[in-house]
Each structure stands twice: as C-alpha cells, then as structure tokens.
Ligand binder design. Structure first.
Ligand SMILES: [Zn+2]
Length: 281
C-alpha cells in the first residue's frame, strides 16, 4: 500500500457491485486513497423506474450498504451522498410521458427521501442539479425547481449539496438561491468542475490541466473522478486510481498546500468532516 502522508479524498464517484464495486475501492486504497464520497448511481441504472419518491429508497440503501463495505477497506472511511440525477427529467418527459411539473414533483419527492438519510446520520450530503444539455424552457424551469428544493433540504438538514449542472464556471444564480435560504455558499459543490468556480466550491475533475487551474486560483477546492463503475464504459469518467495518482503528482510538483486544501481544509469547511482524525495509521 502506498502511503502519501496525507488524507486522499475522492469527492464524487459511483460504485456498482455488479461491476467493479469494492475492487475499485481496493485499487483506490492501494494507490494511497483514504476517503470516498460515494454518490448513488442514477436510479434507472439499477433498473428502478421510480413512480413515487419512496421508490428511490432502495437505490439509497444500496449506496449506504456499499459505503459500509468500502469503509472496511479504507484507512479512512467512506460516506454516502444521495440524490436524484438531473437527467431523470428527460427520461421521464421524453420516454415515460410525464409532464415537466409531474417529473418535478417525483424528483423532489425522491430528494426528500434522500434528506431523511442525512437527518438520520446515514448520509453526509445531498445531490441535485439540472441538465447539462439543451432542454425546453418548461423542463429547465422544472429542473431549477428541483434544484431549489435541494437547497431547501440542505438548509433544513444543515448539509452540503453537490450539483450536476451545465458546463460553467459561474453558478451565481444558484449562489443567490442558496443565500436566500441561508445555505453557506461553500456548501454548494459543483461536481465535474474545471478548476475555478464563482458561486460555490468546485469539485475538480482530476485532469492535470484542471488541477493546474485550481492550484493557481489558490481557493478552496475538492478533487474527484466521477468514476461511474459501468461495464459499458470501463474506466469512465476517470478511473478509481486517479485521485491518489494526481495527489502524488501535486506533491512531487511542490503543491503540498493545495493537497491540504483539497483533502483536509475544504472537506472540513464544506461537509464538517475531519479527514485527519478519521485516518488510522
Ligand atoms: Zn457522477
């Protein structure tokens, strides 16, 4: 096992026991990874065609169960991040005959079930967002309603909200909605970020070019792979070994401060987690 002398957190990946599952966690651990935020897979990838919010519960339970197994492997630990994938709105409206407002209601109900897990201490944070591709105005509005419901729940649960959004470095509109609800701006986390972000905390895809931007910016950031653990897309988006490899590279490049920012300080500010205290030697 490779000890990098620091906690190493992948802020956003998925695990699927039908595919690599815990083997991906073992790879991460072997390269020096210590902590994981495991996001539930999109419900339909698990064969769940939700009709009520309650139908998401099994999807969330599966993630909680995988997180327990992952924690057994890690020197640190894993936590679940639960929510409803924003792409579901298109699946509902294009393929299942839902009106946008009906899709909105179902997705909000699913998020409310996810929030129960956070309130019970079984999950760390919530996940929501809006499509990253062009949609009709009605679907866009419905998606923003879902996202704002996510912020309502984050305020109520006193937790962070990871967002999947369009490609942008400016989430000022979301920051305004967060402020209206007294959700601290740093608790809005943009997953799949490219290095810099106005209006929240960037969870940077662990490509060297994006990490260079984040290091240069000198602001709080997190690192992720968005590993999808999908048999049809092996190694996508980035493989589970990527964050420890990039941490090693950052350390070799003399960026120990940035490593501390991304793996100790920002996780503490955003999620209230202590990656040092949860690390066994
Ligand atoms: Zn993801």
């Amino acid at each position: 096992m490779n000890d990098l002398g620091t906690p190493v957190l992948d802020n956003h990946l998925h695990l699927d026991r039908e595919n690599q599952g815990i083997e991906a966690v073992e790879d991460f651990h072997r390269l020096g990874g210590t902590h994981l935020l495991v996001v539930n897979k999109p419900s339909w990838h698990l064969g769940v065609e939700a009709e009520t919010g309650e139908d998401f519960r099994d999807v969330f339970e599966e993630t909680v169960s995988l997180v327990e197994e992952a924690t057994e492997v890690l020197r640190g630990r894993a936590w679940p991040v639960l929510g409803v994938h924003p792409g579901l709105v298109t699946r509902l409206t294009d393929e299942r005959g839902f009106e946008p407002h009906e899709a909105r209601d179902l997705m909000q109900d699913g998020l409310s079930v996810a929030a129960e897990f956070v309130r019970d201490g079984r999950a760390l944070a919530l996940k929501s967002g809006r499509p990253h591709y062009d949609v009709s105005d009605a679907v866009w509005e419905a998606s923003n309603d879902v996202l704002r419901h996510g912020l309502d729940l984050a305020a109520d649960c006193d937790c962070a909200l990871q967002l999947h959004t369009e490609t942008t470095q400016d989430l000022s509109d979301v920051a305004t909605w967060a402020a209206e609800r007294d959700v601290p701006r740093e608790r809005v986390v943009k997953h799949y970020a490219t290095g810099r972000l106005v209006g929240g905390t960037p969870s940077v895809m662990s490509e060297k070019e994006y990490l260079d931007v984040a290091v240069e910016a000198g602001e709080p950031f997190l690192m992720e792979t968005d590993f999808v653990d999908d048999a049809d897309r092996p190694g996508a988006v980035l493989g589970p070994k990527t964050v420890p490899r990039r941490v090693q590279w950052l350390l070799e490049e003399g960026h120990a401060d940035a490593v501390e920012t991304a793996h100790v300080e920002t996780p503490r500010e955003v999620y209230g987690i202590d990656t040092l205290a949860t690390l066994s030697s």
